[in-house]
Design a protein around this ligand. Structure first.
Ligand code: CP
Ligand code: NVA
Length: 310
């Protein structure tokens, strides 16, 4: 472990950083992405190690953190529940104490938010949330960076959330509160967002609509996610029925602003939460969104380990 910024920070939910820190991170992500696209070597994290702990499956999160850390000159250790003592009930606190004596940074994808908070409370190094049942802050960093790239500032804009009141929805709400935009939410009955779980105090940062068309009306960004998140597979059959009217289609996109973007954190199920016409259509920026996971997370890792550059 090498010396880092005077104040150690974790990134467990959006509220952990302030609005001006996000402005810094988005600008830094732009610089880091530009260097990457120009094949410029940039290795500020030589000799630093990131441990990645996955208790759920992943494609994007794993590849973006792993490739990103190597590109910054560091290295990565990859652990899963099945191939570590976590799967044999070693307490999360003990795991945190041990791992954080050997590496500089930890990324965790797990179930309850409480678990990552317990890890962070016993960690000597910064901890990043790579998705929990409650939040997915790295994804929202990428989504907002992607919006900024395509449309400029998200401040004052309207984001339509169509579908499950899940980890992505909660994280959008927190981001709206911290960064100053609005979320128009439509979920099926029984799958509503709980503001206490979302962790928002300003009820003005979101509005709830019964019908997804109403949520999409005038929106600058329309976004959705799978009907059944990881960990909720037992509910799949009932969710397939409950969510049938919450499929983002061309009619919903037509209700939004004419230049509205479509985003999806992926993986997507065409014909369920979104039609192929929308996700593969001209308003969709899902591939930029996926790529940007790597660029924003490189900026985040640099910030947590080195503080502000320049
Ligand atoms: N969007 C996202 O986190 O994708 P993975 O589950 O593939 O990591
Ligand atoms: N809400 C989804 C996001 C996957 C990236 C899940 O938690 O499975």
């Amino acid at each position: 472990m090498k010396p880092g910024p005077a104040l150690m920070k974790h990134f467990l939910q959006i509220k952990d950083l302030r609005s001006e820190e996000y402005a810094y991170l988005f600008e830094r992500a732009r610089v880091i992405k530009t260097r990457f696209k120009n094949y410029e070597r940039y290795v500020p994290l030589v000799d630093r190690t990131l441990a990645m702990i996955f208790e759920k499956a992943s494609t994007r999160t794993r590849v973006s953190f792993e490739a990103g850390m190597y590109q910054l000159g560091g290295s990565v250790v990859h652990l899963t529940t099945g191939d570590s003592q976590l799967g044999r009930a070693e307490p999360i606190e003990d795991t945190a104490r041990v791992i954080s004596r050997m590496v500089d940074l930890v990324m965790i994808r797990t179930y309850e938010q409480a678990k990552i908070e317990r890890f962070a409370a016993h960690s000597r190094v910064p901890v990043i949330n790579g998705l929990t049942n409650e939040y997915h802050p790295c994804q929202i960093l990428a989504d907002i960076f992607t919006f900024i790239e395509h449309r400029g500032s998200i401040q004052g804009k309207v984001v339509a959330w169509v579908g499950d009141g899940n980890n992505m929805a909660n994280t959008w709400l927190q981001a709206a509160e911290v960064m100053g935009f609005k979320v128009h939410v439509s979920t099926p009955s029984g799958y509503e967002i709980d503001p206490a779980v979302a962790g928002v105090s300003d009820r003005g940062c979101y509005r709830v609509f019964d019908h997804p068309m109403q949520a999409c009306a005038g929106a600058h960004l329309v976004t959705t996610d799978v009907w059944t998140s990881m960990g909720y597979e037992a509910e799949n059959e009932e969710r397939l029925k409950a969510f049938v009217d919450w499929c983002v289609d061309e009619e919903m996109m037509a209700a939004a602003q004419p230049d509205a973007l479509f985003m999806h954190c992926l993986p997507a199920h065409r014909g369920e939460e979104v039609t192929a016409e929308v996700i593969d259509g001209p308003q969709s920026v899902v591939w930029d969104e996926a790529e940007n996971r790597m660029h924003v997370q490189k900026a985040l890792m640099e910030y947590l380990l080195l503080g502000r550059i320049g």
